[in-house]
Design a protein around this ligand. Sequence first.
Ligand code: FES
Ligand code: FES
Length: 183
Amino acid sequence: MITFHKIGPYILRKFEKHQFIFIMPTYSLNINNKNYQVEADAGTTVLWILREHLGLMGTKYGCGIAQCGSCTIHVNGNPVRACVLPIEGLANGQKIVTIEGLSTDQDHPIIKAWEKVQVPQCGYCQSGQIMQAAALLAQNNSPTREEIIQSMNGNLCRCGTYMRIMEAIQIAAGQPTSVKSDE
Ligand code: FES
Ligand code: FES
């Protein structure tokens, strides 16, 4: 007789005497306004789910320890490091937005400003930078230079595009840019 037992997030299926298999839990996710069912180990990070299960490759893996910001996504509008967020930490109904879903027609003010200033160099960190900047402006539509620095401080760029990032955020906020041409 086949029996099932629940152990934490797992289902243990017994189908013969001394024969058991673990069945992965299934999670319901809302990502970029689409619903997904994902079967995964409870500790799998959301970054891995996005990239390896769902093919959403815009969110990048940098450090894997919440130190660089390249994996920044939004969860209920807040910027979150997907590389250290286990899937079991997401309650049903939370809204996840990735760079792919920030602006389907590329008309988000941050994206327009990024294009205007030509911010990226190699581009690797940029989806995380844009997601962090978009969350900042959603919560504070007229940040000071100091507030921008404080908010963007944890998003690293090996190419050193920081001044262009500052300029783009100020343009997106409708402010005069404080970046001087020799910066
Ligand atoms: S990869 Fe997540 S913070 Fe660096
Ligand atoms: S643009 Fe190259 S790491 Fe930021």
